[in-house]
Design a protein around this ligand. Structure first.
Ligand code: ADP
Ligand code: MG
Length: 199
């Protein structure tokens, strides 16, 4: 079972890897965006870390809901409301249980990803974070390591795609040949599950 400590570790591991990879995320956002994805994610997850320390929520649902709220209120870019919705919806779907099973987390994350698609209107293949998140959720039944591999593959598979949503879509065909920054940060979020589980 996954308890509150697991979810605190998940958010802490995500914040740490966003810090490590911030320059790379911003560099990916340079040719097909406005070169702020790394700083956006860093600002957001630093706020998440601070609020989790301050408010010390005690259930998986509360932890993700609070994290999502912080992302929405601190990140100006498109990614803030989208990641915020992902975590908030996932948290809401987990309810107020003290512990959840990996299957419950997979189902809740699926609801979170549906929320992102409803908010942003992106489908798989549009060259967004959805291209890493959907395969990751689909693979979660096989475990966190499989989900990480699926998210990494999904992020890499955005390279040949033409963007149909977000800022990169303004570039039309010129968005082809670059990895999507949001799909890349989504793969970090999923990889942090493996770290949180100590696998
Ligand atoms: P902004 O585009 O406002 O500068 P960021 O640079 O922080 O925001 O985030 C860009 C990322 O957000 C993109 O790489 C993409 O993955 C994701 N994104 C943008 N628009 C959408 C959308 N409509 N649906 C899903 N993801 C999106
Ligand atoms: Mg940007």
């Amino acid at each position: 079972m996954l308890d509150a400590d697991f979810f605190h570790r998940w958010m802490a591991a995500t914040a740490a890897s966003v810090d490590r990879e911030a320059e790379r995320l911003t560099a990916l956002d340079s040719p097909i965006g406005d070169a702020d994805h790394g700083t956006n994610m860093q600002r957001g997850f630093r706020a998440v870390t601070a609020s989790l320390e301050k408010e010390a929520p005690q259930t998986p649902g509360e932890i993700l809901t609070l994290a999502g709220r912080q992302l929405i209120s601190t990140v100006g870019g498109a990614s803030g409301p989208l990641y915020g919705t992902l975590l908030r919806r996932t948290g809401k779907a987990l309810g107020d249980a003290a512990e959840v099973s990996p299957e419950q987390l997979a189902e809740a994350l699926g609801a979170g990803v549906d929320g992102v698609m409803a908010l942003g209107g992106a489908a798989p293949g549009d060259k967004t974070m959805i291209d890493a998140l959907v395969p990751a959720v689909d693979a979660l039944g096989e475990g966190f390591v499989a989900a990480r591999a699926a998210a990494d593959e999904g992020a890499e598979a955005t390279i040949p795609l033409q963007a149909r949503k977000g800022r990169a879509s303004y570039l039309g065909e010129r968005s082809i040949g670059h990895q999507d920054p949001g799909a890349t940060s989504s793969a970090l979020l999923i990889a942090a599950l493996v770290e949180a589980a100590g696998e």
